[in-house]
Design a protein around this ligand. Structure first.
Ligand code: CA
Length: 526
């Protein structure tokens, strides 16, 4: 049990519940300063009723109704999910459209990082040779070749950070002409064009698969040179695709395939190795934010600090994407009102409606999102989780919507519509062109990506202490009263510039913790 003074956190003056901040929770009989005496033991991060709540009464947190009391809840009680009836999802009709007047945000100038400028104008934070695959069938051969590339070739190219096989489960055995197949296909295409790969696209194909190389990367999809320079250098935007096809008659035996992949890889490595980092404005950052393994502190410490940092990035002219449809669905009215234009609000509603229908097809709704760990961490339901999740988006106007698998094509705060699943959200943000990923966690997850550096932010000091060599930032200091949201937000902003510049490695990079690319495939499998 904690020896600290009783500590509880209320998010809004109108709230009738607060969360207990003390490590180990607080025992029954504890008098909360300026609040009730606890009638139950309340675990850390769980809610306590600040006043008597009648049966059917609203339970408010973040000044939002997160549930209705299923029976009378006396002041000082532990308010857990079994006491709450979840509110219905907000209808997608009659929402406020672009009504909010977000606070004036002066531009933030003078911040730079050292990045790799690409021919198409985008900027990489790492210099990686990525090997695209049209189909899962070639994954074993490619992995074998990548191991040899790393052992035999990479030491000769010290400016190249890594060689990564873009393994996935798509490409054949799928209804490739189904309308929704467009999602996994464009995801794979855009992943291979991520700024961290320097525009060096090489493909390993089987030969007989449904997703043929030309379908994955049609002529013109690879921006070989800055479009403005095409005429000058006489290059063509539709140079032939560099494909190693395993079923090609020329290959006799396995080693012939491997040698062929090595030969092609060497050409790309030579070009990648010639690149150098240069100072670029912070506006070249394309940051994807998400949370995973959330607890009730996520919305109190880590996510607000990320939200503050999001505002800094937007002020610096950068791109920030927040995602996770089921974790923003219950706050859709906040988001449509923050849309910069009615078109952005409409696009957001379109994505929500599509996802509602997708869930409906599987006979569930957004409440399928919450995990046993979320509940153990004090989050009663998806409404409460969503309110804490949306905070990552800060306070800037939302200037665009990126459909799943599409590339982000503008700067500012964007809503990238992705499932909340950590690995699928991360994969879709890689496709959207992210060059830095920020991940907040309360329960703890060792998430990492081979393609893009992942900065992890702990919501609680206890987690940051135990996972001291996995968590990059401890936002738990906010709950401990040792740092402000603003201080942690600035710390994160500066760390991002260091990580983007390659001056610092994240823990996930240091240990080479790489989660799989996991495609969002809403279309049928055959
Ligand atoms: Ca997530």
């Amino acid at each position: 049990m904690s020896t600290q003074a009783p500590l509880f956190i209320t998010m809004h003056a109108a709230d009738n519940v607060a969360i207990v901040a003390n490590d180990g929770g607080l025992p029954a009989g504890t008098a909360l300063p300026g609040g009730p005496v606890l009638v139950d033991k309340v675990p850390q991060a769980h809610k306590v009723a600040l006043v008597d709540i009648p049966e059917g009464g609203e339970v408010r947190r973040y000044n939002v109704v997160i549930g209705y009391a299923l029976k009378p809840i006396p002041a000082g009680s532990w308010v857990h999910e079994r006491l709450l009836q979840m509110p219905a999802a907000r209808a997608l009709e009659g929402l406020p459209i672009a009504t909010a007047r977000p606070p004036e945000m002066p531009p933030l100038e003078g911040f730079t990082f050292e990045g790799y400028r690409n021919p198409d104008g985008s900027v990489g934070t790492r210099n990686i040779l990525a090997i695209t695959q049209t189909v899962q069938c070639v994954a074993g051969v490619t992995a074998f070749a990548v191991k040899r590339i790393k052992e035999e070739l990479l030491p000769r190219f010290p400016n190249v950070d890594d060689v990564v096989a873009l393994e996935h489960t798509y490409g054949c055995g799928v209804a490739i002409d189904a309308p929704d197949a467009v999602v996994p296909i464009r995801t794979l295409r855009n992943i291979s064009l991520n700024p961290n790969f320097g525009g060096e696209v090489m493909v390993v194909s089987l030969g007989c698969e449904k997703l043929q190389p030309e379908r994955l990367l049609p002529p013109g999809s690879i921006p070989l040179v800055d479009e403005r320079n095409v005429a000058d250098v006489g290059a063509s935007a539709d140079s032939p695709l560099d494909v190693v096809c395993l079923q090609d008659d020329a290959h006799v035996g396995f080693m012939s395939m491997v040698e062929s992949i090595l030969r092609q890889a060497e050409e790309h490595l030579e070009r990648l190795n010639a690149r150098r980092r240069e100072s670029v404005p912070a506006s070249e950052l394309v940051v994807g934010v998400q949370c995973g393994g959330s607890d009730a502190f996520s919305g109190v410490t880590a996510n607000p600090a990320v939200g503050f940092c999001t505002d800094l990035l937007v002020r610096a002219g950068a791109t920030v994407m927040f995602s996770e449809v089921t974790e923003v669905r219950d706050g859709i009215d906040q988001l449509t009102s923050r849309a910069a234009t009615p078109e952005v609000a409409e696009a957001m509603i379109r994505e929500m409606a599509w996802y509602d229908a997708y869930l409906d097809r599987g006979r569930v709704d957004r409440s399928a999102n919450t995990t046993p760990g979320n509940k153990k961490g004090g989050l009663s339901n998806i409404v409460e989780k969503a309110m804490g999740s949306i905070v990552k988006s800060g306070s800037a106007p939302i200037s665009g919507v990126v459909p799943p698998g599409e590339k982000a094509r503008q700067k500012g705060l964007l809503y990238a519509a992705t499932p909340a699943s950590d690995f699928i959200c991360g994969t879709l943000q890689v496709a959207a062109g992210m060059n830095l990923h920020v991940f907040t966690t309360g329960r703890g997850t060792p998430f990492g990506l081979a393609e893009v550096p992942v900065i992890k932010v702990a919501t609680r000091s206890d987690l940051a202490r135990r996972w001291h060599d996995l968590m990059d930032v401890n936002a738990g200091r906010i709950a401990d009263g040792q740092a402000t949201i603003e201080e942690v937000g600035w710390e994160l902003f500066r760390l991002m510039l260091d990580v983007a510049s390659g001056r610092k490695k994240t823990w996930a990079e240091q240990w080479r913790l790489h989660n799989a690319l996991v495609l969002f495939n809403p279309a049928p499998i055959t």
